[in-house]
Design a protein around this ligand. Structure first.
Ligand code: PGA
Length: 241
């Protein structure tokens, strides 16, 4: 595991974006695993900049997102599909049929999970971008006695709904369920890039990266992966430095 602690957010974003740019330059049909939340926004902004400066083309790239809420109204501003369009897809040259998110509006959510896994099986992820929840979740894989390998429907923990309530007008509007890629699928990515920012992530980063490997801290399973890069700002990395 390679851990890099950056002095400034701009340096972290530049490094993260360059990693994706270099991946795509080396393999124009790379498969990228993407994430939502506040953590990746700076990296996406830099990617858009680099695309506009003609440093990189995404025309051959395929993307798979980690997760999506279940049951939000179609086209909802809070959906992760909307987020991805707003922060990345609508600004770069990627065809919409090459971008994938779990279908949280499918009439059969379990069948939608299976379809997602079948696609991932055919197109293994080269680099998977991850944020981390305060409780150690990755994607929506919440702390539990056991974790599921494949894509599945989850009931969100109260703390996750509270953390995400800032994107909704009230906590009652935060969906109770979501579809997420499983930890098994995440660990199948050739490279995992875990990113965290801010002092509020320092404790969970230390626990996940240096504590025991346990399903109670889903991100701790990344310690078993042979190729993980961790990008931290100074605050999130304060207990590791
Ligand atoms: P955040 O969320 O990027 O908004 O902090 C990360 C996560 O919950 O996985």
């Amino acid at each position: 595991m390679e851990i890099i602690i950056f002095d400034t957010a701009a340096q972290l974003d530049e490094y993260g974006a360059n990693y994706f740019v270099n991946t795509v330059k080396q393999k124009s049909n790379a498969v990228l695993g993407l994430a939502t939340g506040s953590t990746p926004i700076g990296i996406y902004n830099k990617l858009v900049e680099k695309y506009k400066q003609k440093e990189v083309s995404f025309s051959g790239v395929t993307t798979y997102n980690l997760d999506e809420y279940a049951g939000l109204p179609e086209g909802s501003d809070q959906s992760y599909a909307y987020y991805m369009n707003q922060h990345l897809f609508s600004h770069i040259d990627i065809a919409s049929n090459q971008t994938h998110l779990p279908n949280g509006n499918a009439s059969d959510l379990h069948a939608a999970c299976k379809e997602y896994d079948a696609m991932l099986e055919k197109q293994p992820i080269d680099v998977q971008l991850l944020g981390i929840g305060h409780n150690g979740h990755i994607g929506f894989n919440e702390p539990a006695e056991g974790l599921q390998g494949g894509t599945h429907l989850v009931e969100l923990k109260a703390e996750t709904r509270e953390a995400n309530a800032r994107f909704f007008s009230s906590i009652d509007e935060v969906p109770t369920h979501a579809i997420t890629m499983g930890v098994g699928s995440i660990l199948k990515a050739k490279t995992v890039m875990l990113v965290a920012r801010g002092a509020d992530k320092a404790d969970i980063i230390k626990e996940a990266l240096t504590g025991p490997i346990t399903t109670k801290v889903p991100a701790s399973l990344l310690q078993t992966h042979p190729n993980v890069i961790v990008l931290l700002d100074r605050e999130a990395g304060r207990w590791l430095a």
